[in-house]
Design a protein around this ligand. Structure first.
Ligand code: PMP
Length: 434
């Protein structure tokens, strides 16, 4: 076999990670030795964690940990099969009933991951003559669902309702069924979907609405029910998808909506039918998180108190935080290598955050994605702020009007940021669409 037709030749010549490692800047796969959620120990040193999705800090909540242990005693460690066949527990069904009620939907189906929930739901629902209208910043699992679906996908500019209307006006009549799909809270920019406008356009053009609330569950809405509840539009959103890998402290995903639609997905989605069920400890963790968010509102209150403090402080320092209105607060850096170098310095200074580079964001739009938790202490947050301020100056991002103008330009061009959001950031529905 000559090397040129060896399937593996591309693997042998792929050297991007090696180059970044050689420069001493590789920021991925940091192995965590121990964690309490809001901080981690890596390489023997404690670091404040501002790069997780553990918004409510429930991974270490006493009741949640106890519930997970009890589930192992009752059911064992795994389901060893698909829910369709031998892996369906009473605990899965109880979780679905309780979650549907919490979300204000008739029915709910629990998948083994959020990725599968998107992939399975979208690919099973969309037929040959149907279409998906998908926001350009949607999560990779939506992109995979769209790819697998046999119908077409039409993309619209991120959270740009004029562009959504343009694509609807010019293409809707070519198709039978149509679904508008978008994240409720966008995972990189932290901005909130303009759901009121999406719902209006869906009505005008005869589309169904599907919201991926991976980052909305536990974060938005009166008790953390998510984006639809935040806007008071639960009945107008046909399908709410979400994941348990963030606020709900585990792994797994769900789709919630009308009973007939959920039942159709239950019997058609290959990513549901042909994979093993969410394990007992995961189911119990999520069920207990559901109880905790309803019985202990202080977690949601703390989350927003902490997020607000950080957003205001980072904006005051002069960081461009895009359109973020949630506990996800990106810091726009621009160059990929600089984002890696910045992350490395953060890490060395005792702060764990992650860079976001191509292809997750357009070229030249690298970010440091920071996110905040209910369980961060004032001391944790002040440590992070002091380090971010020092490094911002060291890297010429802060106190440099030319650089700040350049970053504002990038934000406008690539993230649709019209201006820095006003500091009215709060959990209550005080947002740009109110
Ligand atoms: N949707 C969004 C918006 C996400 O951010 C993620 C996870 N990063 C997923 C779906 C997939 O969820 P999971 O981790 O449960 O597979």
């Amino acid at each position: 076999m000559t090397t040129s037709n060896d399937l593996f030749s591309k693997c042998y010549s792929y050297d991007v990670p090696t180059q970044i490692k050689a420069a001493g800047l590789y920021p991925f796969f940091k192995a965590i030795e121990s964690t309490c959620g809001s901080s981690v120990v890596t390489e023997g040193k404690r670091r404040v964690m501002i790069g997780s999705n553990n918004y409510l800090g429930l991974t270490h909540h006493e009741r949640v940990r106890e519930a997970a242990k009890q589930a192992i005693d009752q059911y064992g460690t795994g389901c060893t099969g698909s829910r369709f066949l031998n892996g369906n527990l009473v605990a899965h069904e109880e979780l679905e009933t309780q979650l549907a009620k919490f979300l204000g939907k008739e029915s709910c189906l629990v998948f083994s991951t959020g990725f599968f929930a998107n992939q399975g739901s979208l690919s099973s629902l969309i037929g040959r003559s149907d279409v998906i209208y998908s926001d350009r910043e949607n999560h990779a699992s939506i992109v995979e669902g769209c790819r697998l679906a046999i119908g077409d996908t039409v993309k619209f500019k991120h959270n740009d309702m004029e562009d959504l209307e343009r694509v609807l006006r010019t293409t809707r009549s070519k198709y039978e069924g149509a679904l508008i799909v978008a994240d409720g809270v966008f995972s990189m920019s932290g901005d909130i979907l303009n759901l009121p406008e999406v719902v209006k356009l869906a009505k005008k053009y005869g589309c169904r609405v599907y919201v991926d609330d991976a980052h909305g569950l536990g974060v938005l809405g009166p008790q953390g029910q998510g984006t639809a509840a935040h806007f008071g539009l639960t009945d107008e959103v046909d399908l709410i998808m979400g994941t348990f890998s963030k606020s709900f402290a585990s792994i797994g995903g769900y789709i919630a909506g009308k009973a007939e639609v959920v039942d159709y997905i239950r019997h058609k989605a290959r990513a549901f039918m042909f994979t093993a069920a969410l394990p007992p400890a995961g189911v119990a963790t999520v069920t207990e998180c559901l109880h905790v968010v309803q019985e202990e509102p202080e977690h949601l209150t703390n989350l927003w108190k902490n997020a607000r403090k950080m957003k205001l402080a980072l904006n005051d320092m002069g960081y461009n935080t895009l359109n973020s209105q949630t506990p996800i607060i990106p810091l726009l850096i621009g160059d990929d290598m600089q984002a890696f170098a910045f992350t490395k310095k953060l890490y060395e200074s005792g702060v764990f955050a992650t860079p976001v580079v191509r292809p997750a964001v357009p070229e030249g739009c690298a970010l440091i994605r920071t996110s905040y938790m209910a369980s961060h202490s004032e001391e944790d947050l002040n440590t992070a702020l002091a380090v971010l301020e020092k490094l911002g100056h060291e890297f010429g991002i802060l106190g440099n009007s030319e650089r700040q103008e350049q970053l504002d330009g990038i934000a406008k061009t690539h993230f649709g940021q019209k201006s820095q959001p006003a500091p009215t950031f709060d959990r209550e529905p005080v947002h740009q669409y109110a």
